[in-house]
Design a binder for this molecule. Sequence first.
Ligand SMILES: Cc1cc2nc3c(=O)[nH]c(=O)nc-3n(C[C@H](O)[C@H](O)[C@H](O)COP(=O)(O)O)c2cc1C
Length: 231
Amino acid sequence: MTEGLKKRPGKTLPLIVKASLTLAIITFIGVALLAGTWELTEEKIAEQRRKAVLTGLNQILPAESYDNELQDDTLIINAQGFFKHPKAVVVFRARKLGQPVAVILQLTTGEGYNGDITLLVGIYSNGKIAGVRVTQQRETPGLGDAIDSRRSDWALGFKQRALGDPIASQWTVKRNGGDFDQFTGATISPRAVIKAVRRALEYERNNRKTLYHKIPTTEQQDQSNKEPSAQ
Ligand SMILES: Cc1cc2nc3c(=O)[nH]c(=O)nc-3n(C[C@H](O)[C@H](O)[C@H](O)COP(=O)(O)O)c2cc1C
């Protein structure tokens, strides 16, 4: 009886260890699989997001008009005072054969009827508007939301406009003596967008050189630091 009791722990201990090991291996494989799937999903989501951004940018600037990677040639502008909004402005720079083609500014105005309106303003290097698209807004459906490019063609009215076309005093809605259409019963939303577009044009004009300035890659920097070769 005492011998039997003494033998038991010796037999059951390896079994417990075996079971624990199996459980640990299964858990490890499970976690590894989960982590792998999560990483793959993350990558896919990032890729889809990148594609969606590019589609939006290409609605302003056709893909054939530039040859660089728009989404990798960006600038972040912290000019909250100028744009009168705490969000930084993102600038996508389009180039062809290294020459400036256009910039697309992604900016936000807080002057909408229901707060923030985010828009893309494409400006060619000659100062003319390539296109405007409202990408995020919370304006009233059926009233102010016609500023949204998914709701109406209103924003197409900015194409080829520039500072001076129309003159400064006419950068507002027709109801206020301006050059741009308003909507029936809604002038606050279009006024906010018109003001934001004009601000983008002014920023581009005042900072054209900085906006197109290409930050040298590490490789280029390394080469520029090298002593010129004596020939
Ligand atoms: C419920 C409600 C929602 C409204 N939504 C908007 C809107 O999204 N955009 C807008 O410009 N005006 C909207 N308006 C109308 C504005 O209050 C305002 O009357 C109109 O834009 C004309 O403004 P103004 O007299 O300053 O030109 C809304 C009015 C009401 C009562």
